[in-house]
Ligand binder design. Sequence first.
Ligand code: HEM
Length: 406
Amino acid sequence: MTETPPVDDWATDYDLFDADYIKDPVPVWDDLRERCPVAHTERWGGSWMPIRYEDMQALVRMVPQLSSRDPLVVNTPREEQDFDPVISEYGNSAPPISSDPPNHIPERRVILPMFTPKAVEQYRPYTEQLCHDLIDGFIAKGSCDAALDYAVHIPAKTIAHVIGVDLNRTDEFVGWVRGLLEEGTTDAAKRNKYRSIIRKFFAELVVARKAEPKDDLISHMLTQEINGQPIARNTVIGMCNLLLVAGIDTTWSSIGSALWHFSTHTDDRRRLASEPELFPSAIEEMLRFYSPVMMARRVTEETQLGGVTFMPGEKVLLNFPAANRDPEIFEDADKVVLDRAKNRHIAFGIGSHRCAGSNLARMEMDAALRIWFERIPEFELSDPEAVTWAGGQVRGPRHLPFTFPV
Ligand code: HEM
């Protein structure tokens, strides 16, 4: 990533890709909440960043003034997008996340039934076996990289299994998604490269499943209708692209952040190991405290919030992670409380675009953490300096060197 000049004033010149901010954004949010709840920057194409929980509630209702068509946090001019021949043929949208009314709700209805709490339970045995197999691969050594040897594989293989794609290629899928969401957020050429690889991959798969349907999600999607019409090929390609992209970095980050927390907070680790009934509330607390995902909207009509005016073409960030630390909403917002009773966090967003995969993400987190704690109840970070974090659109640890007793 390009080096950028240091920030003097986070209220007027914030930098989402500042290395210290990625490592620990909380002091910046605390400062902004006090003195400037709607910050602005010219960096990365320019954007506005409201901080408070109540602002997120207001922003998600500002439809159609704020559009979802381009939900990345970097404001890339349109002429730098869409130039790729593969993208021109197979489309650049990722429905329903990049859709506005009237298309959004009918498209979302295609996805939702596939990810109800009941529907995702059918994938639990696969995910649990996977967690055991991964741990079998390193437990005898007494050490592992919990981000790369464990956390990343759980969402990558589970979503590949759900969609119905080749499970031997999941390392490649992770590379594509990281290319798009990590390196690609600040580099439009890279982003287009990985977007077109993903689209081409799914375009070929759509042809294959049309010819020979299987018992998988792609084949099921191809039988769906939207507004009484058979679903379009490019809609299915865009939806599969979204499920792969939305399903990997996000849940990898949540599982990784939780493991990082328990490796560095011995009291919480011991408590969860000895009180497994706390898993459901502990998982929600991890989602609140280490919320990984930030989204963006593009302004289509002049709109006001918190004393500032958003102009057409500008970007407004939805900082769900900061909102989840708002002391107006959460008692002891800056503390991890494993048995927090009232936790209305918005890690999965809020409003009409709220995460359609939240039940799958929760099932994966539950399997990943329970099985880890069952098999490795004692563990610690072996080299805190070697921990690295990705940030920007999705924040989470990418290297977690752990040791544990054999
Ligand atoms: C811990 C993991 C996850 C987090 C924190 C997360 C977060 C989010 C957020 C914040 C949004 C809202 C977007 C917006 O308002 O523009 C969203 C949307 C979405 N997510 Fe997730 N997500 C996670 C995992 C997943 C998984 C595993 C899947 C699917 C397999 C998924 C599929 C989707 C889809 C399809 C949407 C679009 C919904 C719509 O636009 O109607 N997500 N997610």
